[in-house]
Design a protein around this ligand. Structure first.
Ligand SMILES: NC(=O)c1ccc[n+]([C@@H]2O[C@H](COP(=O)([O-])OP(=O)(O)OC[C@H]3O[C@@H](n4cnc5c(N)ncnc54)[C@H](O)[C@@H]3O)[C@@H](O)[C@H]2O)c1
Length: 257
Protein backbone atom coordinates (compact mmCIF):
# COMPACT_ATOMS: atom_id res chain seq x y z
CA UNK A 1 0.00 0.00 0.00
CA UNK A 2 1.28 3.49 -0.76
CA UNK A 3 0.65 6.33 1.69
CA UNK A 4 1.60 9.20 -0.64
CA UNK A 5 -1.93 10.38 -1.46
CA UNK A 6 -3.21 10.57 2.11
CA UNK A 7 -1.82 11.41 5.54
CA UNK A 8 -0.70 14.63 7.15
CA UNK A 9 2.51 14.84 5.11
CA UNK A 10 0.90 13.73 1.86
CA UNK A 11 3.22 14.09 -1.12
CA UNK A 12 5.67 16.42 0.64
CA UNK A 13 9.39 15.95 0.14
CA UNK A 14 10.79 15.66 3.67
CA UNK A 15 14.51 15.75 4.46
CA UNK A 16 15.53 14.17 7.77
CA UNK A 17 19.17 14.36 8.85
CA UNK A 18 20.69 11.69 11.09
CA UNK A 19 17.92 9.40 9.86
CA UNK A 20 19.77 6.07 10.13
CA UNK A 21 18.92 5.39 13.77
CA UNK A 22 17.36 6.71 16.97
CA UNK A 23 15.06 9.71 16.88
CA UNK A 24 15.92 10.55 13.26
CA UNK A 25 14.87 7.09 12.08
CA UNK A 26 11.62 7.36 14.04
CA UNK A 27 10.90 10.77 12.45
CA UNK A 28 11.69 9.54 8.93
CA UNK A 29 9.50 6.47 9.48
CA UNK A 30 6.60 8.56 10.81
CA UNK A 31 6.87 11.14 8.01
CA UNK A 32 6.72 8.29 5.51
CA UNK A 33 3.73 6.70 7.28
CA UNK A 34 1.96 10.08 7.01
CA UNK A 35 2.44 10.16 3.22
CA UNK A 36 5.75 12.06 3.10
CA UNK A 37 8.35 11.32 0.43
CA UNK A 38 11.41 11.01 2.60
CA UNK A 39 15.06 11.82 1.94
CA UNK A 40 17.02 10.08 4.71
CA UNK A 41 20.41 11.72 5.24
CA UNK A 42 23.13 10.24 7.43
CA UNK A 43 26.90 10.02 7.60
CA UNK A 44 26.69 6.26 8.04
CA UNK A 45 25.97 4.56 4.70
CA UNK A 46 26.09 1.19 6.50
CA UNK A 47 23.23 2.06 8.89
CA UNK A 48 21.31 4.06 6.29
CA UNK A 49 20.76 1.09 3.98
CA UNK A 50 18.56 -1.08 6.26
CA UNK A 51 16.79 2.03 7.60
CA UNK A 52 15.71 3.13 4.12
CA UNK A 53 14.89 -0.46 3.10
CA UNK A 54 12.51 -0.77 6.06
CA UNK A 55 10.65 2.42 5.11
CA UNK A 56 10.43 1.41 1.45
CA UNK A 57 9.29 -2.06 2.58
CA UNK A 58 6.33 -0.42 4.32
CA UNK A 59 5.14 0.85 0.94
CA UNK A 60 6.35 4.43 1.36
CA UNK A 61 8.82 6.41 -0.74
CA UNK A 62 12.30 6.93 0.71
CA UNK A 63 15.84 7.43 -0.56
CA UNK A 64 19.10 7.39 1.34
CA UNK A 65 21.89 9.97 1.08
CA UNK A 66 25.23 9.31 2.79
CA UNK A 67 26.43 12.87 3.39
CA UNK A 68 28.30 14.78 6.12
CA UNK A 69 25.88 17.61 6.93
CA UNK A 70 28.68 19.59 8.56
CA UNK A 71 30.22 20.40 5.16
CA UNK A 72 28.59 23.32 3.40
CA UNK A 73 29.57 22.35 -0.16
CA UNK A 74 28.26 18.79 0.31
CA UNK A 75 24.97 20.09 1.72
CA UNK A 76 24.36 22.41 -1.24
CA UNK A 77 24.89 19.51 -3.65
CA UNK A 78 22.72 17.24 -1.50
CA UNK A 79 19.66 19.48 -1.74
CA UNK A 80 20.08 19.87 -5.51
CA UNK A 81 20.26 16.07 -5.80
CA UNK A 82 17.18 15.58 -3.62
CA UNK A 83 15.07 17.99 -5.70
CA UNK A 84 16.19 16.29 -8.88
CA UNK A 85 15.62 12.73 -7.54
CA UNK A 86 12.12 13.49 -6.20
CA UNK A 87 11.17 15.85 -9.03
CA UNK A 88 9.83 18.38 -6.51
CA UNK A 89 11.23 20.99 -4.12
CA UNK A 90 11.88 20.16 -0.48
CA UNK A 91 8.90 21.11 1.74
CA UNK A 92 10.04 19.83 5.14
CA UNK A 93 13.47 19.79 6.77
CA UNK A 94 14.16 18.08 10.09
CA UNK A 95 17.61 18.91 11.48
CA UNK A 96 18.25 15.98 13.78
CA UNK A 97 21.86 14.77 13.20
CA UNK A 98 24.23 15.01 16.11
CA UNK A 99 27.73 13.96 17.04
CA UNK A 100 28.24 14.46 20.76
CA UNK A 101 30.89 13.85 23.40
CA UNK A 102 30.47 14.77 27.06
CA UNK A 103 33.71 15.94 28.65
CA UNK A 104 34.69 17.72 31.87
CA UNK A 105 35.96 21.25 31.22
CA UNK A 106 39.66 20.38 31.62
CA UNK A 107 39.42 17.65 28.97
CA UNK A 108 37.56 19.58 26.27
CA UNK A 109 39.67 19.62 23.10
CA UNK A 110 39.47 21.70 19.96
CA UNK A 111 38.86 18.79 17.58
CA UNK A 112 35.80 17.59 19.54
CA UNK A 113 34.33 21.09 19.84
CA UNK A 114 34.83 21.76 16.11
CA UNK A 115 33.17 18.48 15.12
CA UNK A 116 30.26 18.84 17.53
CA UNK A 117 29.52 22.38 16.38
CA UNK A 118 29.94 21.45 12.70
CA UNK A 119 27.35 18.64 12.88
CA UNK A 120 25.04 19.98 15.59
CA UNK A 121 24.89 23.72 14.79
CA UNK A 122 26.72 24.88 11.65
CA UNK A 123 24.97 22.14 9.67
CA UNK A 124 21.63 23.77 10.51
CA UNK A 125 22.79 26.96 8.82
CA UNK A 126 23.87 25.08 5.69
CA UNK A 127 20.73 22.92 5.42
CA UNK A 128 18.43 25.89 6.08
CA UNK A 129 20.33 27.94 3.50
CA UNK A 130 19.97 25.16 0.92
CA UNK A 131 16.35 24.27 1.71
CA UNK A 132 14.85 27.79 1.94
CA UNK A 133 14.98 28.63 -1.82
CA UNK A 134 13.27 25.32 -2.64
CA UNK A 135 10.59 25.91 0.01
CA UNK A 136 10.07 29.44 -1.31
CA UNK A 137 9.55 28.10 -4.83
CA UNK A 138 7.12 25.51 -3.43
CA UNK A 139 5.03 28.21 -1.71
CA UNK A 140 6.28 27.61 1.85
CA UNK A 141 7.67 24.96 4.14
CA UNK A 142 8.49 23.81 7.65
CA UNK A 143 11.83 23.37 9.40
CA UNK A 144 12.09 21.44 12.66
CA UNK A 145 15.30 21.59 14.68
CA UNK A 146 16.19 19.09 17.41
CA UNK A 147 17.28 20.92 20.55
CA UNK A 148 17.66 19.42 24.07
CA UNK A 149 16.74 20.21 27.66
CA UNK A 150 20.51 20.69 28.06
CA UNK A 151 19.90 24.11 26.50
CA UNK A 152 17.64 25.01 29.44
CA UNK A 153 19.07 23.08 32.35
CA UNK A 154 22.66 22.23 33.27
CA UNK A 155 23.95 18.65 33.29
CA UNK A 156 27.44 17.43 34.26
CA UNK A 157 30.15 17.43 31.57
CA UNK A 158 27.90 19.11 29.03
CA UNK A 159 29.47 22.52 28.39
CA UNK A 160 29.96 21.96 24.65
CA UNK A 161 26.62 20.20 24.15
CA UNK A 162 24.72 22.85 26.17
CA UNK A 163 26.36 25.64 24.19
CA UNK A 164 25.50 24.13 20.83
CA UNK A 165 21.91 23.28 21.80
CA UNK A 166 21.41 26.82 23.15
CA UNK A 167 22.69 27.90 19.74
CA UNK A 168 20.00 25.77 18.10
CA UNK A 169 17.34 27.76 19.99
CA UNK A 170 18.80 31.11 18.88
CA UNK A 171 19.17 29.93 15.30
CA UNK A 172 15.57 28.65 15.28
CA UNK A 173 14.16 31.98 16.45
CA UNK A 174 16.28 34.10 14.10
CA UNK A 175 15.50 31.87 11.10
CA UNK A 176 11.78 31.97 11.95
CA UNK A 177 11.79 35.77 11.75
CA UNK A 178 13.84 35.89 8.57
CA UNK A 179 11.85 33.22 6.73
CA UNK A 180 8.33 34.23 7.81
CA UNK A 181 7.73 36.35 4.67
CA UNK A 182 8.39 33.19 2.62
CA UNK A 183 5.77 31.23 4.60
CA UNK A 184 8.50 29.03 6.01
CA UNK A 185 7.95 28.08 9.65
CA UNK A 186 10.95 27.21 11.83
CA UNK A 187 10.45 25.55 15.21
CA UNK A 188 12.44 23.48 17.68
CA UNK A 189 11.69 20.36 19.69
CA UNK A 190 13.30 20.23 23.13
CA UNK A 191 13.43 16.55 24.11
CA UNK A 192 14.35 15.31 27.55
CA UNK A 193 15.82 11.84 28.05
CA UNK A 194 14.76 9.65 25.15
CA UNK A 195 15.55 5.95 25.08
CA UNK A 196 17.90 5.72 22.10
CA UNK A 197 21.06 3.59 22.01
CA UNK A 198 23.14 6.79 22.08
CA UNK A 199 21.50 8.22 25.20
CA UNK A 200 21.12 4.99 27.18
CA UNK A 201 24.75 4.07 26.43
CA UNK A 202 25.91 7.28 28.13
CA UNK A 203 24.80 6.25 31.62
CA UNK A 204 25.43 3.36 34.01
CA UNK A 205 22.45 1.39 35.36
CA UNK A 206 22.39 3.23 38.71
CA UNK A 207 22.22 6.63 36.98
CA UNK A 208 19.42 5.44 34.71
CA UNK A 209 17.37 4.23 37.71
CA UNK A 210 18.03 7.50 39.59
CA UNK A 211 17.06 9.63 36.59
CA UNK A 212 13.93 7.64 35.93
CA UNK A 213 12.79 7.94 39.54
CA UNK A 214 13.01 11.76 39.29
CA UNK A 215 10.92 11.96 36.14
CA UNK A 216 7.31 13.08 36.70
CA UNK A 217 6.07 10.57 34.10
CA UNK A 218 8.35 7.91 35.61
CA UNK A 219 10.04 6.86 32.37
CA UNK A 220 12.25 7.98 29.49
CA UNK A 221 10.55 9.05 26.30
CA UNK A 222 10.39 6.90 23.18
CA UNK A 223 11.78 8.09 19.81
CA UNK A 224 8.26 7.69 18.38
CA UNK A 225 6.94 10.27 20.89
CA UNK A 226 9.41 12.83 19.52
CA UNK A 227 8.50 11.81 15.96
CA UNK A 228 4.86 12.65 16.74
CA UNK A 229 5.88 16.16 17.83
CA UNK A 230 8.03 16.56 14.71
CA UNK A 231 5.11 15.65 12.42
CA UNK A 232 2.88 18.12 14.29
CA UNK A 233 5.41 20.94 13.79
CA UNK A 234 6.04 19.95 10.17
CA UNK A 235 2.45 19.93 8.92
CA UNK A 236 -0.29 22.53 8.67
CA UNK A 237 -1.94 21.59 11.98
CA UNK A 238 0.71 23.85 13.57
CA UNK A 239 0.24 26.61 10.98
CA UNK A 240 0.36 29.43 13.59
CA UNK A 241 3.37 28.04 15.49
CA UNK A 242 6.48 29.99 14.53
CA UNK A 243 9.86 30.25 16.25
CA UNK A 244 8.66 28.07 19.13
CA UNK A 245 10.53 25.57 21.26
CA UNK A 246 8.22 22.71 22.17
CA UNK A 247 9.44 20.84 25.25
CA UNK A 248 8.79 17.06 25.26
CA UNK A 249 10.50 15.81 28.40
CA UNK A 250 7.88 14.01 30.49
CA UNK A 251 7.82 16.98 32.89
CA UNK A 252 11.56 16.83 33.71
CA UNK A 253 12.30 20.58 33.41
CA UNK A 254 9.23 21.79 35.28
CA UNK A 255 9.61 19.43 38.24
CA UNK A 256 10.71 21.19 41.43
CA UNK A 257 12.25 18.02 42.89
N1 LIG B 1 18.35 10.71 22.75
C1 LIG B 1 18.08 11.65 23.64
O1 LIG B 1 17.85 11.41 24.83
C2 LIG B 1 18.03 13.10 23.19
C3 LIG B 1 17.66 14.07 24.12
C4 LIG B 1 17.61 15.40 23.74
C5 LIG B 1 17.91 15.75 22.43
N2 LIG B 1 18.27 14.79 21.54
C6 LIG B 1 18.60 15.22 20.19
O2 LIG B 1 17.86 14.43 19.25
C7 LIG B 1 18.65 14.21 18.08
C8 LIG B 1 18.80 12.72 17.80
O3 LIG B 1 19.36 12.08 18.95
P1 LIG B 1 19.65 10.50 18.96
O4 LIG B 1 19.80 10.10 20.38
O5 LIG B 1 18.65 9.81 18.10
O6 LIG B 1 21.12 10.48 18.28
P2 LIG B 1 21.93 9.26 17.62
O7 LIG B 1 23.36 9.47 17.99
O8 LIG B 1 21.29 7.94 17.94
O9 LIG B 1 21.74 9.51 16.05
C9 LIG B 1 22.37 10.56 15.40
C10 LIG B 1 22.52 10.23 13.94
O10 LIG B 1 23.22 11.33 13.31
C11 LIG B 1 24.16 10.77 12.40
N3 LIG B 1 25.27 11.70 12.15
C12 LIG B 1 26.33 11.95 12.95
N4 LIG B 1 27.17 12.81 12.35
C13 LIG B 1 26.62 13.12 11.15
C14 LIG B 1 27.02 13.95 10.06
N5 LIG B 1 28.18 14.64 10.11
N6 LIG B 1 26.23 14.03 8.98
C15 LIG B 1 25.08 13.31 8.91
N7 LIG B 1 24.64 12.50 9.90
C16 LIG B 1 25.41 12.41 11.00
C17 LIG B 1 24.64 9.49 13.08
O11 LIG B 1 25.25 8.60 12.14
C18 LIG B 1 23.35 8.95 13.69
O12 LIG B 1 22.67 8.07 12.81
C19 LIG B 1 19.97 14.94 18.32
O13 LIG B 1 19.93 16.24 17.77
C20 LIG B 1 20.06 14.99 19.83
O14 LIG B 1 20.89 16.03 20.29
C21 LIG B 1 18.34 13.47 21.89
Amino acid sequence: MTHASSGRMAGRVCVVTGAARGIGLAIATRCAAEGGRVACVDLSARRLKPAVAAIVGSGAEARGYAVDVGRRSDVQGLFERIESDFGAPVAVLVNNAVWARFQPLAEIDEETVDKMFAVGLEALIWTTQAAAPQMRRGGGGAIVNLCSTSALQAMPNSITYAALKAGVLGLTRAAAIELSPDRIRVNAIVPGMIGTPASIGMFDDATIVARRSRMPLGRFGEPEEIAAVAVFLANDESSYVQGAALVADGGWTVAAI
